[in-house]
Write a protein that binds this ligand. Structure first.
Ligand code: DC
Length: 226
């Protein structure tokens, strides 16, 4: 990481709006975007496709090291994500891949394998990095660290609407259970557990719209001490 390249980290649990908010902030600043959750989702999907057990640490870490993934149309709403040259942009957003991602993300060797790859996203003029450990582990020197939170019920209801809009039918109860399980796994794991970084600006988005959250972050960026 080059210290002179500005970085804003946006961490928080699933369904909190990180992805949308980070994309808009990156577009407004004209910066690059790192969707680190997509990398963990790609590793989870790759393991599922190859029949590799999700707790087989050496095998999953090898998949992460050799992950043949491309992100094109960076920062845009229509980023195309390919795995082994196949467009998996929609497939990686399913709950089953999300759950696989959360399981492989608990393996230290997998996190290590993805570390440098994530840091390579840091290029001029700047980076907005979205994830769980962006401010604590991957970009500890980021100039602005944000942690978003929202109630589980609100997050489940947002996911429900998102999936419904995509024509995917799920039960709200099942989503809530899934979110609870994922929160517990992401927060209690030994390596890089999800938690606000020291000095992070904490924003509770339960009763906020996307535009308000974006403005809060841009205000924090513009008003940060030198
Ligand atoms: O943000 P997301 O739902 O796309 O992330 C999918 C999973 O990946 C999430 O349950 C935890 C894991 N993850 C992680 O451990 N560290 C990150 N920086 C990003 C995601």
């Amino acid at each position: 990481m080059v210290d002179s390249i500005p970085v804003i980290t946006v961490d928080g649990p699933g369904g909190v709006g990180k992805g949308t908010v980070s994309r808009i902030v990156a577009a407004r600043l004209g910066w690059h975007l790192l969707d680190s959750g997509a990398l963990y989702r790609l590793v989870g999907l790759s393991a599922l496709k190859r029949g590799v057990a999700l707790d087989d640490e050496p095998e999953v870490a090898a998949l992460a090291t050799h992950l043949d993934a491309q992100f094109t149309g960076n920062s845009g709403d229509n980023t195309v994500i390919t795995l082994d040259n196949v467009d998996v942009s929609d497939e990686i957003r399913t709950e089953s891949v999300g759950s696989a991602a959360s399981r492989v993300a608990a393996l230290p060797a997998v996190r290590q394998a993805l570390l440098e790859r994530q840091r390579r996203f840091c290029r001029p003029p700047g980076l907005v990095a979205d994830g769980r450990d962006m401010g604590t582990v991957v970009f500890p020197d980021a100039q602005l660290k944000v942690f978003l939170q929202a109630s589980r019920e609100e997050r489940a209801s947002r996911r429900y609407k998102q999936l419904k809009d995509k024509g995917i039918s799920v039960s709200l109860d099942a989503l809530l259970r899934e979110i609870e399980e994922r929160d517990a796994r992401d927060s209690n794991r030994q390596v890089a557990p999800m938690r606000p970084a020291e000095g992070a600006v904490i924003i509770d988005t339960t009763h906020m719209g996307i535009a308000d959250v974006v403005e809060n972050i841009l205000r924090a960026w513009n008003g940060r001490p030198d």
